[in-house]
Structure formats: structure tokens, C-alpha cells
Design a binder for this molecule. Structure first.
Ligand SMILES: [Zn+2]
Length: 64
């Protein structure tokens, strides 16, 4: 069975641009992804619940 990634929109915590990310719905995850607008590292926390993702973002050096 193939996993279809969830497409989510987040707001960059640095430049406040809307950024599209892809989230693996099979497990909750925390990872860092560079904003494609300002290239700064966004810490992304994706909590997966019943196939839906709840996304939190923060600046990498601040942490959650
Ligand atoms: Zn940005």
C-alpha cells in the first residue's frame, strides 16, 4: 500500500510567508525544513491523528 503524503500549508515563523509542506501521515514527526522564501530553518512538528495532521511550527533555535 502506498502512502499518500498530506499537503499542508504553514506560515513561516521568520518571514510569515505561506509555505506548502508534505507530511507523511503514517507517523507523527518533528523535523526541520528550510523555508523556500527566506531559506531559514523551520522546526516543524506534525502530530498525526486519525489520518489528519496537526502542524506546529517555530523557529529552530527557539524549539517547542
Ligand atoms: Zn521564510
Amino acid at each position: 500500500m502506498s502512502i499518500s503524503l498530506l499537503e499542508e500549508s504553514i506560515t513561516c515563523p521568520y518571514c510569515w510567508e505561506i509555505v506548502e509542506i508534505l507530511v507523511d501521515p503514517s507517523a507523527s514527526q518533528t523535523y526541520t525544513e528550510d523555508c523556500y522564501v527566506c531559506c531559514r530553518p523551520i522546526l516543524i512538528d506534525a502530530t498525526i491523528s486519525e489520518g489528519k495532521a496537526v502542524i506546529q511550527v517555530t523557529q529552530e533555535d527557539l524549539g517547542f
